[in-house]
Write a protein that binds this ligand. Structure first.
Ligand code: XMP
Length: 326
């Protein structure tokens, strides 16, 4: 019968059989799937695994620390953190168009990740070891959607790291291929991962970069991080985390409106709350959150976040709206 204990035991054995004495790399995104996949592989092969976390500066408040501290503490995994915040900000400077932002973020992410990968391969090579595996948090629904079959990731290196082959071939390790999301969460809990990681709601890869309508700057990211942290705190305090699918918090950086605060006129930006309920993110409805919770979030954001003088609620279903604004 299906138990998380059985799944872990089976997968640990399978990973050991697949990887043998070679080394593996796993990219951590801050999300549930990559965290649980990494934790499983760590349990199976210990320090033969190196995880890579690209800090692109587009995460929410506390999320990078969660990976760097809490995840490492819970698993004992070897982690290479790449601080690429400046690089992403530079690449995004002057860009407002959503698709352009997404492309830039995706492109930079791959470049930074590949460079980290190449460094790990080179370091292992110097020790006489072979990095042959790439861990991915592919779930069963992803397998079905893409028509099944295992693959290899052919990663072209854009960088000339001394003496490395141009193309690095990795075999994939996908220990979550038979699992659904709720099962992945159970496995993660059983492996000792904290709830903040295991119960995390969906968050897009491009992060806060696609929740700032307008150009992405450090100041705007910091401002949005504060507003988002307040919204999440209040939703959690009200016990609503399990009821809502996710709640994007969006900064309309290109919009300003007049307000009044203390004895002065303000001319600040609106923050949009986008709480939705959904089964699979394909369709969604706006969540009917209690007015007192919405009121508290609004009061706190306008009081505590500089330059924000208005909070608005998105009451659009999907379709016609998407969940994210960009
Ligand atoms: P939309 O905005 O299309 O979002 O209704 C549907 C779901 O997908 C998430 N999302 C992303 N997830 N990379 C991701 O990993 C992305 O580029 C991306 N864009 C949207 C969104 O948060 C929602 O859960």
């Amino acid at each position: 019968s299906w138990t998380t204990g059985n799944v872990i035991e089976e997968q640990v054995a399978a990973i050991r059989a697949q990887v043998g004495t070679k080394r593996a790399i796993c990219g951590l995104s801050g999300g549930v799937d990559s965290a649980v996949a990494a934790a499983l592989v760590q349990k199976a092969i210990g320090d033969q695994l190196t995880c890579v976390y690209v800090d692109h500066g587009l995460m929410r408040k506390g999320e990078t620390e969660q990976v760097e501290k809490d995840f490492v503490a819970a698993t004992g995994v070897q982690l290479k953190v790449v601080d690429a915040q400046e690089r992403f900000l530079t690449a995004l400077a002057g860009v407002s168009e959503p698709e352009a932002k997404r492309k830039i973020i995706g492109r930079e992410f791959i470049r930074v990740f590949e460079q980290a990968q190449a460094e790990i391969v080179a370091e292992a090579g110097a020790e006489g070891e072979d990095v042959a595996f790439l861990v991915q948090g592919t779930l069963y629904p992803d397998v079905v959607e893409s028509g099944g079959g295992t693959g290899t990731a052919n990663i072209k290196s854009h960088h000339n790291v001394g003496g490395l082959p141009e193309d690095l071939e990795f075999e994939l390790v996908e220990p979550l291929r038979q699992l659904f999301k709720d099962e992945v969460r159970m496995v993660g809990s059983e492996l000792g991962l904290p709830d903040e990681i295991v119960q995390r709601q969906p968050f897009p890869g491009p992060g806060l970069g696609i929740r700032i309508v307008g150009e992405v700057t450090k100041e705007r990211l910091d401002l949005l991080r504060e507003a988002d942290a307040i919204a999440r705190e209040e939703l959690t305090a009200a016990g609503l985390d399990r009821e809502i699918w996710q709640c994007p918090v969006v900064l309309l950086a290109d919009v300003r409106s007049v307000g009044v605060q203390g004895d002065g006129r303000t001319y600040g930006h609106p923050i949009v709350l986008r709480p939705v309920s959904s089964e699979d993110a394909m369709t969604a409805d706006w969540s009917r959150l209690p007015y007192d919770v919405l009121g508290k979030i609004s009061t706190r954001i306008t009081n505590e976040v500089d330059d924000v003088n208005r909070v608005v609620l998105d009451i659009t279903s999907k379709p016609p709206g998407t969940i994210e604004w960009e």
